[in-house]
Design a protein. Structure first.
Length: 439
C-alpha cells in the first residue's frame, strides 16, 4: 500500500485543522442521525391511541409497521449508490428534512390508508440517512480506527432511540394526543437539521486538507468511478459477505421486533401507556453501551476480527431472549435468592440486556464497521446499503410476524422463536471469525 506524499508533509496547523473538521463532522453526523430517530418510534408510541381513537387493531398496526419497514429496506438498496454519486452530505440532509416533512403530514392526515402511505414514504426517506453517514466516515478515519469510529457513531441510533420515546412519553403524560406525537418530533428534527447542516463535510479535500492514508478497498476501473454494478457484484462474489448478509437479516429482524413491540409488550404486562414508553427506552439505552464495548473489543482485543466478538454478544442475546420467554419460571427460580422479585422487574432488566447484546453485533454488521471492512473508502456506502437492505427485508417480518405469533400463542412463544433466530445468527458469524477484512 503506497503512502501519499501529501499525507507525509502535513504541517502542524494543517493537522489541527484536519482534526477540528473531523471532530465537527463526526459530532454533526452523530447528533443529526440521533435526531432522525425522533421520527422513527412515533407509530409504536401511538399504538394505544390508534386502537381506541382510529380503530386500528393489532393486525392492522403490524401490517402498517411491516409496510414501513419494507419501504425502508427498498430505500436502503438505492441509498448507497446515491450517497456515492451525489455525496453523503447531500443525501443525509435530504433524508433528514424530507422525513421531518412527511412525519408532520402524518399528524394532520385522516384515514388508515393515507396514514400507511405516509408512514411508508417517511421510512423511505429515512432509509438514506445511514448510507450518507457511512460514505463520509471512512474518508476521515484510518482503517485501524474503523471499529472504534463506527462503534461511537453507532451510538447515535441508540441514543436517538432512547431520547425519542422519552419525548413521546412526556407528551403522552402531558395530555397530548397521537397527532402531536408526529408533529412535534418532526419540528424538533427539522430544527436540529438546520443546526448540524453546516458542520457536515463530505471529505477533507473539500476543505483543502489531506485525508488519511489511502486504504484498501474494492479495486475499481480507474475511469469508472460510477460502476455501481461492479461494486455490487464484487461484494456478492465474496462468500463471507453473503454470510454477513444473512447475519444482517437476522440481527435487524431481532432489533426491529424490540423497537416495534416493546411499548405494546409492557402495555400487555399491565403498565400504563406513558410508563410503557419510558420502560421501552432501556433497550436502546443499554444498546449504546453494547455498541461502544463491541467496537472497542473488536479493534483492541481481537485485532480487528469481528466474528469472535459478535458470537460472544449473540450468546448473551440468546440467554436474554430465553429469559424473556420464561420470565415467570425465572422469577420462581430466583425466589430463594431474591424474595419479592417481580416479573415486571425481571422483564425490564432482560429487555435492557437484550439491547446491550443485540446492538453490539448489530452496530458492526448493520451497515457499520463490517461495511467499511468490505468496501473501504470507495464502496463503503454500497456495502452498507446491501447489508441494510437485506437486514430490513428481514425486519419487515417484525410487524405482521410478531402480531400473528403473539395473537395465536402469546409473548412466551414469540421470544422462544426469537431465541432460535439468535442461535442461527451465531452460526452465520463463523466466516468472519478469523478475518479482519473479509474476503
Amino acid at each position: 500500500m503506497s503512502t501519499s506524499p501529501v499525507a507525509l508533509e502535513w504541517h502542524a496547523d494543517s493537522r489541527r485543522s484536519f482534526v477540528r473538521w473531523r471532530t465537527l463532522t463526526f459530532w454533526s453526523l452523530l447528533v443529526g442521525y440521533a435526531a432522525y430517530y425522533l421520527c422513527r418510534p412515533n407509530l409504536a408510541a401511538s399504538a394505544g391511541f390508534l386502537a381506541t381513537e382510529e380503530g386500528i387493531d393489532t393486525m392492522a398496526f403490524g401490517s402498517i409497521a411491516s409496510f414501513g419497514t419494507l419501504s425502508y429496506a427498498l430505500g436502503k438498496f438505492a441509498a448507497g449508490p446515491l450517497a456515492e454519486r451525489f455525496g453523503g452530505r447531500r443525501v443525509f440532509l435530504v433524508g433528514l428534512f424530507g422525513s421531518a416533512a412527511v412525519t408532520a403530514l402524518i399528524g394532520v392526515s385522516h384515514g388508515i390508508i393515507l396514514l400507511a402511505a405516509l408512514w411508508g414514504a417517511g421510512r423511505l426517506l429515512q432509509s438514506v440517512g445511514w448510507q450518507g453517514l457511512v460514505s463520509i466516515i471512512p474518508r476521515w478515519h484510518e482503517r485501524s480506527r474503523y471499529g472504534t469510529a463506527m462503534g461511537l457513531v453507532s451510538t447515535s441510533y441508540q441514543f436517538g432511540g432512547a431520547v425519542a420515546p422519552l419525548l413521546l412519553g412526556g407528551l403522552v403524560a402531558a395530555g397530548f394526543g397521537w397527532r402531536a406525537l408526529f408533529v412535534i418530533p418532526a419540528a424538533v428534527l427539522a430544527a436540529i437539521g438546520l443546526v448540524v447542516a453546516g458542520g457536515i463535510v463530505n471529505r477533507p479535500e473539500d476543505r483543502g486538507l489531506a485525508g488519511p492514508l489511502p486504504e484498501e478497498g474494492l479495486e475499481l476501473p480507474p475511469k469508472a468511478p460510477e460502476a455501481w454494478t461492479f461494486r455490487v457484484w464484487a461484494l456478492l462474489a465474496r462468500p463471507a459477505f453473503l454470510m454477513a448478509l444473512g447475519t444482517a437479516f437476522v440481527l435487524t429482524l431481532l432489533r426491529e421486533c424490540f423497537n416495534t413491540w416493546m411499548p405494546k409488550y409492557f402495555l400487555d404486562r399491565g403498565e400504563a401507556m406513558d410508563v410503557a414508553l419510558f420502560k421501552s427506552t432501556v433497550f436502546p439505552l443499554l444498546g449504546i453501551l453494547g455498541s461502544l464495548v463491541a467496537g472497542w473489543l473488536s479493534d483492541r482485543l481481537s485485532g480487528g476480527r469481528r466474528g469472535p466478538i459478535m458470537a460472544l454478544f449473540l450468546a448473551g442475546l440468546l440467554a436474554a431472549l430465553l429469559g424473556l420467554a420464561h420470565v415467570d419460571g425465572l422469577v420462581r427460580a430466583l425466589a430463594p435468592f431474591a424474595p419479592g422479585l417481580q416479573g415486571g422487574t425481571v422483564a425490564f432488566l432482560l429487555v435492557g440486556a437484550a439491547g446491550f447484546f443485540v446492538f453490539g453485533p448489530y452496530s458492526m454488521i448493520g451497515g457499520g464497521v463490517v461495511a467499511l471492512d468490505f468496501g473501504g473508502t470507495r464502496s463503503a456506502a454500497t456495502a452498507a446499503g446491501l447489508l441494510d437492505c437485506v437486514g430490513y427485508l428481514g425486519a419487515s417480518m417484525a410487524g405482521v410476524g410478531v402480531a400473528r405469533v403473539v395473537g395465536a400463542w402469546g409473548w412466551s412463544t414469540a421470544f422462544d422463536l426469537l431465541a432460535g433466530l439468535a442461535a442461527s445468527a451465531m452460526v452465520l458469524t463463523l466466516p468472519l471469525w478469523r478475518r479482519k477484512v473479509a474476503t
